[in-house]
Design a protein around this ligand. Structure first.
Ligand code: SAH
Length: 347
């Protein structure tokens, strides 16, 4: 296993059989060795500076019905909300004062937010905060929309592929959604010039070593600037309510492998990881992640953006969240950076 890890570190790529072997023969010892190697790589590139992104969950309406997601269309128990433009701008304002230089607008696929409405919001944010990066995470749209948003000033786009295995994708999504379209969107986003993020859930129902190997191969070929991964966490009002969630160990293992495969990538220690264990995000950083994404949404709506059960940080104000994360990072020898935190390609 050590030889494979050294090979990955040197060549940044492995064959499908090698990836499968890494996932099949995972042990605690290998995980620890891998984390040390990955942490050394991220230390060398990013020092002890952790980039932050202020997450604004601006709508929980969604036309999709993904089997894992708490805000899926069929979940009648969700109290739906949309933030107004003024509310979104207030989130940015308080975020800016707290030191955020990237805002992430994330939401369900909500037809109310037409291109026209999104363009007005994007332009407003970029006009008021020209020194900030703006990330969108709005799901699948047409290439024309992606282009228009980019022209209006959006810098980055997050769209997890969720799984790179066709059959597995079918188990997680209803027939209207296809892996092919998801991947097309990702390629378009990159082509347009966005710093593009993809990613997947760790431990989603039906995922095994083979599927994870496919994820690594797909990510290698897309070569995205960001990769967001977190454990699958069951939501009580979804078809996957009774399924097992992903583990911390496997999530950390994947983060470390991603760090060795794409040394310069922006890798968040996600809220989902912090949800399944109290020190999840710290452990994510120590396994090679270099980004955290605290919540800037108004406290009144946070519980309503419940993608999975027991999501953390739904009761605190943005300032508390930032302070809490700052001290968590300091406790392991890292600092939150006041910086856009753009992707920098290897020199
Ligand atoms: N509509 C946007 C944003 C989706 S929410 C889009 O399609 O990109 C962001 C991410 O949350 C999803 O990509 C998914 O990977 C993750 N997520 C959804 N439900 C989850 C669950 N039950 N457990 C863990 N992560 C989940």
């Amino acid at each position: 296993m050590k030889e494979l890890i050294q090979k990955l570190k040197k060549e940044h790529t492995l064959s499908k059989a090698e990836w499968t072997e890494l996932f099949t023969h995972r042990s605690q010892q290998t995980g620890e060795y891998l984390a040390e190697e990955a942490r050394a790589v991220s230390r060398k590139i990013f020092g002890n500076r952790i980039y932050t992104r202020g997450l604004i969950e601006f709508t929980n309406y969604c036309k999709n019905d993904c089997y894992y997601c708490g805000i899926r269309k069929s979940n009648r128990n969700v109290s739906r909300y949309r933030l107004t433009e003024a509310q979104i701008l207030e989130c940015c304002e308080s975020g800016y004062e707290l030191g955020f230089r990237t805002f992430v607008l994330q939401g369900g696929e909500d037809g109310y937010f037409t291109d026209e409405k999104m363009l007005l919001i994007i332009r407003k944010i970029k006009e008021r905060y020209p020194d900030c990066a703006l990330t969108l995470s709005l799901g699948e749209r047409s290439k024309k929309s992606y282009e228009a948003f980019y022209q209006a000033g959006a810098d980055r786009y997050l769209l997890r592929h969720e799984t790179a295995d066709c059959g597995h994708y079918r188990k997680l999504h209803p027939a209207e959604l296809s892996l092919e379209n998801r991947m097309d969107c990702l390629r378009q986003l990159k082509e347009i010039g966005y710093q593009t993020g993809t990613g997947f859930m760790v431990g989603s129902p039906g995922q095994g070593a083979e599927q994870l190997a496919e994820d690594m191969l797909f990510i290698r070929s897309l070569n995205p600037q960001m990769v967001g991964i977190g454990p699958f966490v069951p939501h009580h009002d979804t078809p996957f309510a009774k399924e097992k969630g992903g583990t911390v160990e496997l999530t950390l293992y994947c983060i470390s492998l991603l760090r060795l495969m794409l040394p310069n990538a922006l890798l968040p220690a996600t809220t989902a990881l912090g949800t399944i264990v109290p020190d999840g995000r710290e452990r994510g950083i120590l396994a090679g992640a270099n980004v955290v994404m605290p919540n800037l949404s108004p406290v009144g709506v946070r519980k309503k953006y419940e993608l999975y059960d027991n999501k953390i940080c739904t009761g605190e104000e943005a300032a508390e969240c930032r302070n809490c994360l700052q001290s968590r990072m300091q406790s392991i020898g890292y600092e939150l950076a006041v910086d856009r935190g753009d992707y920098k390609p290897p020199v």
